[in-house]
Design a protein around this ligand. Sequence first.
Ligand code: NOJ
Ligand code: CA
Length: 686
Amino acid sequence: MRYPSSLNLVVSLTTGLFALNMTAHAASFSVQSPDKQLTFTISDDHTQPKYQVAFQGQTIINPSSLGFDFARAPSMRDNMYISSTERASQNSTWQQPWGEAREVTDHHNELLVTFADKTAKATQYSVRIRVFDDGLGFRYEVNQDNARYITRELTEFSIKDSDKSQAWWIPARGWNRYEYTYNTTSLHEAAHVHTPFTFKNNQGVHMSIHEAALVDYAGMTLNQRRPGTFVSDLTPWSDGIAVKTNGQFKTPWRTLQVGDQATDLLNSHLILNLNEPNKLGDVSWVQPGKYTGIWWGMHIGNHTWGSGKKHGATTERTKTYLSFAAEHGFDGVLVEGWNVGWDGDWFFNGDVFSFTEAYPDFDINDIKTHADKVGARLIGHHETSGNVSNYRKQMNAAFKLYEQAGVTQVKTGYVADGGNIKRIDERGHARFEWHDGQFMVNEYLGNIKLAAKYKISINTHEPIKDTGLRRTYPNWLTREGARGQEFNAWGTPPNPPEHTPMLAFTRMLSGPMDFTPGIFDMGFNGLGDKTNRPQTTLAKQLALYVVLYSPVQMAADLPENYLARPDAFQFIKDVPTDWEHSIALAGEVGDYVVFARKERERGKYAGKDWYLGAITDADARTLIVELDFLSSGQRYEAQIYQDGDNANWQQNPYALEVKKQIVTHKDTLSLNLAASGGTAIRFKAL
Ligand code: NOJ
Ligand code: CA
């Protein structure tokens, strides 16, 4: 069987081998999605391997090149013809140990095409294509001794009707990694972009290019070399090579999600389906949940990471936070700044961080005793400031210390400008790498694998983008990889009102994000402050818990701000972080989005409640939502947290109305969202 996994239930599987006449030219093969809406065609016309894609009978990707250039081997560009093909298909379901949905359906048709060089017959590669109803993926499989140093991957995405298409994007290879506000432009203006790269054509077809299963390879960015033609631009090593291999490699899947409407992109499981099943075995120790932290206080300047009078991470404060967390049903407390190395400008302290030595006012044993007593956990933190060699030397000892302290989750951090990750090479020389090059792709995954040995789960900040590896390594819980809430603490500028409805259709297509919602005090610098404050209403902060999926969600604000608003705080206490089903009900990229999610059943606990989150950009709007997702024959108490009359993010962010009404699946709700507002609802099964 080709899909061995205890979790995979193979419903149907067919294969066939088709060997071609070696002299035949201009061969062309197609593979379609199970619903026949999406067609991928690959050919060797004029000995140039190319593919194209059609959706509902219309071309969406024009003929686009495939291939590689190598440093010490002939290119795989032209002179290639199709030498064999093989077909397979699959219709199965598998289960996520935690996630936005328990069950995932993997229904696809597969085509494996092998190209061989006409003159040097030894040169060849295969392209494996899988076409699903929600999109497709293709990857190269190469097995050729001299194909060791890839200088360029030649994969193109040549967008049909590019002059009439619109795109939403952040720039690639910049100093601030993935932490930019999104641009909304014509497709032609998207010069060099990160993936997921979301765009729509003039027919309203929404698409997103990304990659799945990025392992031991460089991250792919997209470079618009000619109008409408994006070329894969692999982030190189410091020595200029894109990817180093032993000649036998599979690239990550190059993915294209496609739908008639924007929400189709959100209801897709393509990226997860193209990753390999869980490799960690029993992962019952990986726990979703909610946390608070000694964190926001540092970002708004109340406390410091470094030692001194304003030191945030003291034993006393940690105990107080642990008691607060336990009392209000949170699982853990993140503590940043407890370990030696933060003094001075910590951005540049990568060489001196200790991952085991505490500041004198932080006693980890005393804290463990208190944590055990009250029933909440310490959540660990490892900030590297980009010096990964210093971290790697201490990583084992660092995880061991946390294991002894009862820590099961660690947040990591790689604060350094793009291209400035410091590593010490085999000869003792400092080299500076990108966060999304092959070296760091391996470094991040190495951290996950080592953490798993200590039964520790990881939340990576300043990460490599997500490509669905949580399926294979379920202890990789979540990550940052976009502008999070922290930008609202120190401006430069803060996240604009459209930022979160934009994230839903861009960054979030890659996987969970630790955005850290839940700021209740928007006016820590006064509401008139144009840069240092969240540009949202209070109700929108609540709705983010449902909209921006993460298996671990932070209640990011200070405890006193939650105690001051028990009405709103109740929603954060109630909302789960692990789901049975999720449905994107409505939305447009960067404008608004509505999600409904059903809480997950766990053991004897039959979760029956549904939750809804709706958010909008700077425009107030009314959204009509049909409740037909609710179970028929079940009555629910809808606990609605909505923007009050006259609420708006600028002058009146705090106006919140909490109301209750009985509903069934036959009802319709009209949601009134204020400017940069939102609605959060718990449908409590009665
Ligand atoms: C950046 C992270 O995103 C943030 O959450 C953290 O507090 C700082 N680095 C310090 O590690
Ligand atoms: Ca960050």
